[in-house]
Design a protein around this ligand. Structure first.
Ligand code: XLS
Ligand code: MG
Length: 346
């Protein structure tokens, strides 16, 4: 194990969400950005992550000069609060222009919109002082298999990534794969897909990934394996820890909420690979349970970090030598029980 280091924590303004779901409206009143930033600071988190329109609301209707002005104001607020901007992600799933996909839309005007919006997102990242762009490719996939060509879609994705890499020589692109929802099937469903497409771009070194626990589980994978895989390539540049109870809608539960052992193994994987030692943040992409009262609105974030830190102690105090002996003796039953008792504190 590398030397113990202090992890840095992050979340986004959308993680203080109001409770709406596809079946019902909000259950808590919307709060201002300033309130959310104050809460983040009060909780002692280190950084905030942004969608382009979290940074500049109604971005599509605004000029480049306006974008620069508003981002400058945001940068000052963050600096005053001592909070870093971790990344910026283009929101490519909300506009009517991205109805049928953004970079892979069948309509060339819509594809053009998606690329232009992504380049503006890179400008925002530049103004805010981060070199990290996150791409959750929400609608790059099919509702209906026959409605798009998979081969052509991969070419379109590479073209879009190349345009972003050319726009700024220092920016890094972190692809956040998710296998489904809102699409039936997404074109880049796993970390393997994300890192493979990086190789087709003009600068593979600047295309990496972001793992979200729930998305890996939705792909039927163990997030700890995805962490080891990405870090074997030196390409895990950000992380959305949360939890997910099996194959259903994307739940964004608090970290460890459904499966403490799967969470423990993610922390162990981060530790053995030295995640965070190059400035990477642990972000919690979690949401409050819908019935949550306003006065308990931040608990899912605070709890996720508490769970992470407790599991970190468990990971650092795990008896690796004892485990090695049991593995050599093929005594997996004893290893299994050892893990359970370590987690239960028995
Ligand atoms: C949604 C994604 C989203 C990204 C950022 O499932 O997790 O929140 O992290 O665009
Ligand atoms: Mg996420």
């Amino acid at each position: 194990m590398p030397k113990a280091h202090r992890y840095k924590f992050c979340f986004g303004p959308w993680n203080i969400s109001e409770g709406q779901d596809p079946y019902g409206p909000t259950t808590r009143p919307a709060q201002t950005f300033d309130w959310k930033l104050a809460q983040l600071k009060k909780l002692g988190f280190d950084a905030m992550m942004f969608h382009d329109d979290d940074a500049v609301p109604d971005i599509d209707g605004k000029s480049d000069a306006q974008l620069r002005k508003e981002t400058g104001e945001l940068k000052k607020k963050l600096a005053d609060a001592g909070v870093a901007a971790e990344m910026v992600a283009p929101r490519l799933w909300f506009s009517p222009m991205t109805m049928d996909g953004a970079y892979t839309s069948n309509d060339s005007k819509c594809r053009q919109y998606a690329i232009e919006r992504s380049l503006r997102c890179i400008d925002i990242a530049n103004y805010l002082g981060t070199d990290l762009i996150v791409l959750w490719l929400a609608r790059e996939g099919t509702y209906l298999r026959e409605a798009k060509s998979g081969r052509r879609s991969i070419e379109l994705l590479v073209e879009a990534l190349d345009k972003m890499l050319a726009h700024d020589k220092k920016i890094r692109l972190s692809i956040e794969p998710k296998p489904n929802e809102p699409m039936d099937h997404a074109y880049l469903p796993t970390i393997g897909h994300a890192l493979a497409i990086a190789q087709l771009t003009r600068d593979p070194k600047r295309v990496g990934c972001l793992i979200e626990s729930a998305h890996a589980i939705l792909a039927g994978l163990d997030p700890a394996d995805e962490i080891d895989f990405a870090m074997a390539f030196g390409k895990l540049w950000s992380l959305h820890l949360n939890d997910q109870n099996g194959l259903k809608f994307d739940q964004d539960k608090p970290f460890g909420s459904s499966n403490l052992r799967v969470a423990f193994n993610q922390v162990r994987a981060l530790e053995r690979n030295g995640y965070g030692t190059h400035g990477e943040y642990v972000c919690f992409d979690v949401h409050p349970f819908r019935p949550t009262k306003v006065e308990h609105w931040l608990a899912h974030l605070d709890n996720s970090r508490r769970t992470f830190l407790k599991l970190l102690k468990k990971a650092r105090s795990f008896d690796d030598n004892k485990a090695k002996q049991l593995i050599a003796d093929r005594n997996l039953a004893a290893l299994d029980q050892m893990v359970l008792e370590h987690l239960m504190g028995a």
